[in-house]
Design a protein around this ligand. Structure first.
Ligand code: SAM
Length: 175
């Protein structure tokens, strides 16, 4: 674990986090048995069907390009400081934007190893390897392993409906 991006990540992790290398280019702060429904065939279904531009246009009535544009805008919203994508999935909509962006460390996090593997394959197909400033991290959005104020830019697309009761409790907690 000597790559610069891993060193950068280690400096913003909570002190009690244990960073493991799951396989080349995928790191984890979660126990080995951690998974979610996207690790089943549902993840493949999501990637093939729900991420299909024609499906989105016909069923939901919108262009998937808005997901790419939102990421591009967020990446260029600041010139320094790390970027975090929470629930990055397979990068079906955002592979090109992340591939073209070299300026800052980008932590691509997801609770599903299967989705991170799809993201990894896409990045390698485009770039021949995982770009030096991108890091794929197996992590839980409900228990993020980072010190406060670690990120300048935080991106999350199509995640809010996913986490379970714990997340709903946060959203509905009386102020
Ligand atoms: C609907 S997909 C969206 C993926 C991607 N952002 C996109 O727009 O294509 C939701 C993603 O959130 C991930 N996810 C669900 N619950 C999570 C959690 N508690 N922590 C981190 N990721 C989570 C899933 O594994 C899945 O990859």
């Amino acid at each position: 674990m000597k790559e610069p991006n891993v060193v950068d990540l280690s400096s913003i992790l909570l002190k009690d986090s244990i960073l493991k290398c799951v396989e080349p280019d995928i790191y984890s702060v979660l126990p080995d048995e951690s998974w979610n429904e996207y690790d089943s065939k549902f993840g493949l279904f999501y990637d093939l069907v729900a991420c299909n531009p024609f499906y989105n246009r016909i069923v939901w009535g919108y262009s998937t390009q808005m997901f790419s544009k939102l990421v591009d805008d967020a990446l260029h919203s600041a010139s320094d400081g790390p970027v975090l994508d929470i629930g990055c999935g397979s990068l079906a909509f955002t592979k090109n934007e992340y591939s073209q962006y070299k300026d800052r460390l980008v932590v691509l996090s997801d609770q599903s190893i299967a989705m991170l593997r799809m993201a990894k394959e896409r990045l390698i197909k485009i770039n021949g390897k995982i770009p030096d400033n991108l890091l794929l991290l197996h992590a839980d959005a409900l228990n993020l392993p980072f010190q406060d104020n670690s990120f300048k830019t935080i991106i999350s697309e199509n995640l809010l409906h996913c986490p379970g009761q714990a997340h709903q409790n946060v959203l509905t907690r009386p102020s």
